[in-house]
Design a protein around this ligand. Sequence first.
Ligand code: FES
Length: 140
Amino acid sequence: MTSLSRRDFICASAALTALSTVPAVAATGIKTLANGKTEIDLASNTALNSVGGVVELSINKYGKVAVVRTSKSSKGFAVLNLSCPHAGVTVKRNINGWVCPPPRGHGSEFALNGALKVGLATSALKPITFTATKKAVTIA
Ligand code: FES
């Protein structure tokens, strides 16, 4: 039996931490507008009050989507398509942002704003067009 060095243990722990996912917060207060856009009421989604807050929802034309609070500005959001750009597996939240979880995914990692951190993927999570006011985020 081989023993694990302290360095190996720390590296293995860091890799496991990166791949560990955290539970998603489902968006509430979702309305489909007459023009087909999706409106997310901010008063109903307190997770978005704080920078770094995230809610997730499904939209027919995109699949799984995340709304991320990126700054305190009333327009400080990102809306991301959670389909991994490598092979389409749905990415999950982890403590550092997003991870494409094994066994279906291949471990790509993305920052909370969708920027690529670690491949196999070669591009960021796809941003989705939106508008924001103090009351709602509206996804095109
Ligand atoms: S599908 Fe995400 S890394 Fe391969």
